[in-house]
Design a protein around this ligand. Structure first.
Ligand SMILES: Cc1cc2nc3c(=O)[nH]c(=O)nc-3n(C[C@H](O)[C@H](O)[C@H](O)COP(=O)(O)OP(=O)(O)OC[C@H]3O[C@@H](n4cnc5c(N)ncnc54)[C@H](O)[C@@H]3O)c2cc1C
Length: 476
């Protein structure tokens, strides 16, 4: 049921998945929402990019059936997840004929689907299967909780996971889910992802959802159209350059960008800052009350992800929509997962996408060298020499794809010491790593925090402002 927010005027700054989720939820609750996005298009780190006249994603994404808030919000803005995704049972399948493994769950109820997958898995010895069974039993027994966080590598050693399982299953899963290598990744966060997917009571939660639609169309653009239909304002190409307290009137935002008519100042009752952590830190830095928070955000480190697109002759196909690849940077093998785009979108005939996560070293290579190495790896792994000679390649590297998800990392909550100013973004407190679901949930949590603020009597709001910040001098 819609709950009016006393017509609160709320600025949502940042049109990534977190900001779009916050805007949709605030609008549903009766706030008067304006969504500002600095770029010309919405979507942030999950957006479309024009390449050679076509729209490709800035990075190949996979969602999980466990992303319940994302799927719910997609439906709310008119996107049908059943059509938007190719839904595949959980799997880790390497090209046939190599040293990899073939693990694919059948469409059976949980946990039977995993038991059967394990029994049928090829490329795993009996001791690997026993170790995997032990891991799953012990993790369930522990309630997927650790007394004290440690690295994923330590967890795997503690649970006696074989070298083969670590190499072919756990490492790729950890890198795909946390974008952080096992030797630096949080075991607790990894367990939370496993709990909600492999450990879930329903098989559908462990399904892998591979987008058929471009990332923009999947949610942010549909959210913008939904907001516009309901009379909310979506202003792309407008950067919020600074914020200042306007005392009882809320917050003054300094805007710039052509779409803002050059430079402008606008006032709102409350603000959701849904910008990436480094931008949020910079916007908060001039406010002494938020100094500690700004410092905490500045201390986050980030991991890159590189996606290499390779265009081949029309009709070039892989047997499966996607494969795991064994990477080995020391011998120039960078690719970790390969996707056959034509099986997702027929318009992308002959296009493959190869993902390199936690890609610090790969990102340092010249793009042509990385693409050539990946093409050679595909030719070798699939035993198809023609894959070594694509017609063209395009590497898209997101240098700050996600924060480094290290053990016991302190992540800030959604509220700040500044009244009426709340945070959203994949870096905010959550037991999940930086994912689309984390971003969406943070947007929903920010909307709830704004609601609590809006429920305060106006005098209380302005009172808290009066001993709040004077704000930066750049906003007059
Ligand atoms: C290559 C890649 C692959 C990924 N793969 C997966 C995956 O498979 N599965 C998964 O779940 N997650 C994946 N992720 C993570 C996921 O994309 C992110 O967690 C999510 O998109 C973050 O959303 P956000 O809204 O928190 O932040 P962002 O997307 O960074 O949004 C912030 C927005 O704020 C805007 N902005 C910045 N400054 C200003 C300003 N001053 N004024 C106005 N606007 C501003 C930015 O332009 C941006 O649009 C991947 C990420 C990348 C980069």
């Amino acid at each position: 049921m819609s709950v009016p927010e006393n017509g609160l005027r709320v600025a949502v700054v940042g049109g990534g998945w977190a900001g779009c989720a916050a805007a949709v939820e605030l609008d549903r609750r009766g706030a008067r929402v304006t969504l500002f996005e600095a770029a010309r298009s919405l979507g942030g780190r999950a957006r479309g990019v024009a390449v050679r006249g076509a729209m490709l994603d800035n990075g190949q994404h996979i969602l999980l059936g466990a992303y319940r808030d994302t799927l719910r919000l997609m439906r709310a803005v008119g996107v049908d997840p059943e059509r938007a995704f190719l839904r595949l049972p959980v799997q880790m399948r390497y090209p046939a004929g190599g040293d990899g493994m073939d693990f694919a769950a059948p469409r059976l109820p949980a946990p039977l689907h995993l038991i059967v997958a394990l029994l049928r898995a090829r490329g795993l010895a009996r001791e690997d299967k026993l170790a995997l069974g032990r891991f799953s039993t012990a993790a369930r027994w522990m309630g997927w909780q650790l007394y004290k966080d440690c690295t994923v590598e330590e967890l795997l050693l503690r649970f006696d996971q074989t070298e083969r399982l670590r190499r072919l299953l756990w490492r790729p899963l950890c890198i795909a889910a946390l974008n952080t290598p096992p030797e630096r990744a949080s075991a607790q966060v990894f367990l939370a992802v496993l709990r909600d997917s492999l450990g879930a009571k329903k098989r559908a939660a462990s399904d892998m959802l591979v987008p058929r639609l471009p990332m923009g169309a999947l949610f942010p653009e549909a959210a913008a159209a939904h907001l516009a239909r309901r009379g909310a304002a979506v202003r792309s190409g407008v950067k919020v350059a600074a914020l200042a307290s306007a005392g009882p009137d809320g917050w003054r935002l300094a805007l710039n960008g052509q779409a803002a008519g050059g430079e402008a100042v606008e006032t709102f009752d409350a603000v959701v800052l849904a910008t990436p952590a480094p931008v949020t830190a910079a916007l908060l830095a001039p406010h002494p009350e938020a100094g500690e928070l700004a410092q905490q955000l500045s201390a986050f480190t980030h991991e890159p992800i590189a996606t290499c697109y390779l265009q081949y002759a029309p009709g070039t196909r892989l047997d499966l929509p996607f494969y795991a690849l064994e990477d080995d940077p020391a011998s120039g093998r960078w690719g970790q997962f390969a996707f056959d785009r034509a099986q997702l979108d027929p318009a992308q005939d002959g296009l493959l996408a190869v993902v390199v996560s936690a890609a610090l070293d790969a990102a340092a290579l010249p793009q042509d060298a990385l693409a050539a190495a990946i093409a050679a790896q595909l030719a070798q792994d699939f035993r198809r020499p023609e894959l070594g000679a694509p017609a063209w390649t395009q590497v898209i590297t997101e240098k700050r794809a996600t924060f480094t998800c290290s053990p016991s990392l302190e992540r800030p909550g959604n509220t700040t010491p500044l009244p009426g100013l709340v945070l959203a973004g994949d870096y905010t407190a959550s037991d999940y790593p930086a994912t689309l679901e984390t971003a969406v949930r943070s947007g929903l949590a920010a909307a709830t925090a704004i609601r609590a603020y809006g429920a305060l009597p106006r005098e209380k709001r302005s009172l808290s402002h009066s001993h709040g910040t004077q704000g930066p001098t750049s906003v007059r």
